[in-house]
Design a protein around this ligand. Sequence first.
Ligand code: GLN
Length: 456
Amino acid sequence: QDYLNRLRQIEPQIRSFLHVSENAIKEAEAIDRKIERNEELGPLAGVVVGVKDNICTLDMPSTGGSRILEDYQPAYDATAVKKLRDSGAIIVGKTNLDEFGMGSTTENSAFQVTANPWDTSRVPGGSSGGSAAAVSARQCVVSLGSDTGGSVRQPASFCGVVGLKPTYGRVSRFGLMAYASSLDVIGCFGTSVADTGILLHTISGHDRFDATSSKREVPDFWSQVISMKHVESKPLKGLRVGVISETLGDGVDMGVRSLIQAAASHLEELGSTVTEVSLPSFSLGLPAYYILASSEASSNLSRYDGVRYGKQIAAEELTSLYGDSRANGFGPEVKMRILMGTFALSAGYYDAYYKRAQQVRTLVQKSFKAALDANDILISPAAPSAAYKIGEKKNDPLAMYAGDITTVNVNLAGLPALVLPCGFVEGGSAGLPVGLQMIGGSFDEGRLLKVGHIFE
Ligand code: GLN
């Protein structure tokens, strides 16, 4: 009840939720009854969780932030949601996002723009801006987002919370609306590294409904983190940290750069060795990402035809039914991505765009491999700047895309990355938070969480 009260009280200023659960109190009461009867409780019993609205929920609409799914009510829970419910968590509502995850501010939501709790004239980041803002404003304890090119990490940075993008395949994508299937992952937000690790542990693991989910064993991240003793003066002794030099040059705000350098010195004080490492293909990652993500989106979004799901615009001809439903249902950014993707995949252009972008992807993977052979983790800013004003980049898509330079390479390589607050730059009335990104080797989330926990 406390969380619902707070959620409702703050919602008019922040606008992070698209739906609020009508069952939350009933679910909490059921937990109370279990406690009275001394029955066993799940590990997350009563924990209030927000879920990004591109993740399917049985008891609430799931719009993906799009008009085309305005009335859509899934017939099933996403596997990550089911796992949360099985462990006793209460899904309190569905959070706002850029339409189908396409954007970096939540301004591309068909329904509302979410505000940054640190300064409500600024964006919370995106596309999981609602999930990040909801945790930052304490409308829920933890939340789920999705990260195709940075959509968990950049909003975590803008809203001053912890965000985790797991290794591709660590968490089932069953019930996550596909944007770019080879890049999409469900990720976690929390106010501490420990909470974020517990959430990851709950939702991870193989799922027979997602053939790309990994069969690897899921370590108990939480016990690993909690078992650590902080008695040693150099708890990170032996850890090799590489600072990605391409992320500390032009295009990254001075204030952000100096906070990342300060974070690197702090890691050194904790016992690690810090060196600079270069990823030569780094800048190629951005155009490659936008070609690949748009190409996959153009294919994935063909399922929204006005027949199978959501909104239908009646027409005499079947082709006009498809055309009118899509023309009315999709917003401008989604239409632009479908056009770009269809172009990149079309005969005659495929070799010049899609194929080259796939080759760049291989280069990016190789350069990360080399950097992570020489280092245990890599660090960089999560985003080139702190949160900017609502409307500032809305009409300049290239400027907005450029802000993804620090995150998209990680998705191309499928690696895990943890973002945690590392200080403030000037702005707003209280300063604006900045996030440090730590990138690890495949399935090495446990190490990221340990280092993150010691760092925070
Ligand atoms: N901003 C990026 C995009 O618009 C990333 C989005 C995401 O990770 N879902 O594609």
